[in-house]
Write a protein that binds this ligand. Structure first.
Ligand code: SF4
Ligand code: SF4
Length: 540
């Protein structure tokens, strides 16, 4: 199926934020090309043990559902209302104050009222009322209740796959209603009848087969890391090691596969390797735990648990003391918000202590997993790294707080501290678009696929406009972030909305500035571009 052609930016900008012509329950869902994702393939669903594997597409009239699909979903809803107190609470307590209404990037970028968080939740609440509340059973529509029909199911699919589970709306909700949790429940219920998207199910199936989303076999992981080590040697003259599956190493290092497989993540990966070599850390990569990302977060709680377990199983097998994690997004939401009750306590590991500075990471006392930004910021704070920020002088840098490290774990200061120590030119975006109010890239939660490009560009538009403002004011040409999905998604977003701004990981910037022992005279950055904006033949 060919992907739809994405309209030009000036066409997308013509957004109408107007009330719909018909009441929302009577407004049909139109699967417009460019705004939805292809279905999960039978092969992936079978590999994952998901129900109803079949060939179908959301644009088909017949979704080939099981005959008793309504009862499957309603039983699934009853089970989850019983199991997750938060789900029942979020179904009951919204007062429709509207504080969240204009906070979703998909609503801002599309003008579609069903992309208002309050209305997105109502898609599910209306069915909850009809079958699980007295008022809904007695008064139906009058009580905001409606039957679960095939059109309702299609509407769920369309709009729960137009939510990136970014949780920005929750920051503004006086009741703390977490829309991401509601979307997750909506997706779980859709899964029960075999309705999901391939950009989520295929990476998960790959993960179970080879250890990572991209389906790279262990030999391929080794080749990629060795290839990056050769690139480091070319740029710096320093030969960094590639420790793999090493039993007895002190630390297991887990990164998203996008970091060793695709540009610009590869430069971030080179940055990690240079840093860990320079400080002489006793660590190992793993070809089994070769993925930090966890697409279970976009699928079901059961899947989160299954995928997260392998990192800890590998830590146990290798006999490490603790785990260091790379610049991933949703891996950190899983670690900080689910790990302890899903697969914890990880008592076979030790409370992480930096072997270089002696700092005890008490915040990781239970998960035993430290974010590399915390680890690196601590090294800098203790004066353990020799840094030359002028090597990044060609760059005017701004920082995008990736939704999960920012909102799920409050990691605001560490990346900024690193960037300010390795770059001379750093400029923040507008206050209401950063830190806990950060705007999503528009492509998270499995939506970063080609066929959904128009919706991604719409959803990413508010973030892109904030970058555009600092580009026009300060000449910003580098957008730093700490998430592998962001590195891919923001690159496409910048090309579309703000050409001239390249995307970088924080540890790529760090590695440019890192003065390594035994390095040869460095004339280029990790991308092979002239260091510090000087001519490549100038000495540094
Ligand atoms: S801000 Fe919270 S309470 Fe208000 S409408 Fe949105 S979800 Fe409901
Ligand atoms: S995409 Fe983010 S802001 Fe929009 S409804 Fe989902 S969680 Fe809320």
């Amino acid at each position: 199926m060919a992907a739809a052609k994405t309209p030009k930016p000036e066409e997308l900008m013509a957004i109408r934020h107007e009330p719909p012509a018909t009441p929302w329950m009577e407004t049909p869902t139109v699967f417009r090309p460019g705004t939805w994702s292809y279905s999960g393939t039978p092969k992936s669903l079978t590999a994952l043990g998901f129900p109803n594997p079949r060939a179908w597409q959301p644009s088909d009239a017949d979704w080939k559902l099981p005959e008793n699909w309504q009862s499957i979903i309603l039983e699934g809803m009853a089970e989850r209302l019983e199991k997750y107190r938060s789900f029942r609470l979020f179904m009951d307590i919204c007062v429709r104050c509207g504080a969240c209404a204009d906070k979703c990037h998909f609503y801002i970028g599309s003008g579609d009222p069903k992309n208002m968080p309050v209305l997105r939740a109502e898609l599910l609440r209306s069915v909850y009322r009809r079958y699980f509340t007295q008022s809904g059973k007695l008064f139906g529509r009058l009580a905001g209740a409606r039957d679960l029909t095939i059109d309702v199911l299609k509407e769920w699919f369309y709009y729960f796959y137009q939510c990136t589970e970014c949780r920005r709306c929750s920051v503004f909700c006086p009741y703390g209603i977490d829309q991401a949790e509601i979307t997750m429940m909506g997706r779980e219920l859709l899964n029960l009848v075999g309705c999901n998207i391939n950009w989520v199910t295929e990476p998960m199936a790959n993960c179970f087969r080879t250890g990572n989303h991209l389906g790279i076999q262990p030999g391929g992981v080794k080749d990629m890391l060795e290839f990056l080590a050769e690139d480091v040697a070319d740029r710096t003259g320093v030969k960094v090691e590639v420790p793999l599956n090493r039993k007895g190493a002190e630390i297991l290092f887990v990164i998203p596969s996008g970091d060793y497989f695709a540009d610009p993540g590869t430069y971030t990966c080179m940055g990690y390797m240079m840093l860990l070599h320079e400080i002489g850390l006793d660590y190992t990569f793993s070809t089994y735990a070769s993925e930090g990302g966890n697409f279970g977060l976009f699928t079901s709680h059961e899947m989160i648990k299954r995928l997260n377990a392998k990192i800890y199983a590998e830590a146990k097998r290798l006999g490490v003391k603790w785990i260091l994690g790379g610049e991933c997004g949703h891996m950190w939401r899983v670690i900080h918000q689910y790990m302890d009750t899903m697969n914890g306590p990880s008592d076979f590991l030790e409370e992480p202590v930096s072997p270089i500075t002696g700092t005890r990471f008490a915040n990781a006392r239970t998960t035993k997993m430290v974010h590399i930004a915390e680890f690196t910021a601590d090294l800098i704070r203790h004066g353990k790294l020799k840094l030359d920020p002028s090597r990044n002088d060609a760059y005017r840098v701004t920082f995008h707080d990736s939704c999960n490290p920012a909102r799920a774990m409050g990691l605001f200061e560490e990346p900024r501290y690193i960037i300010k120590n390795v770059c001379n030119h750093f400029h923040e975006m507008a206050e209401d678009t950063i830190r806990e109010k950060t705007l999503c890239c528009g492509s998270g939660a499995g939506l970063g696929n080609e066929e959904n490009e128009e919706m991604r560009m719409r959803g990413g538009m508010p973030r892109a406009m904030a970058v555009k403002a600092v580009r026009e004011k300060y000449g910003v040409n580098r957008l730093a972030c700490m998430c592998a999905i962001d590195r891919a998604a923001l690159t496409a977003l910048m090309d579309y909305w703000v050409p001239g701004v390249a995307v970088t990981g924080v540890h790529e910037l760090l590695a440019n500035a890192l003065v390594m022992q035994g390095e040869t005279e460095r004339t280029t950055d990790l991308r092979g571009e002239a260091l510090g904006g000087r001519a490549a033949d100038e000495a540094v």
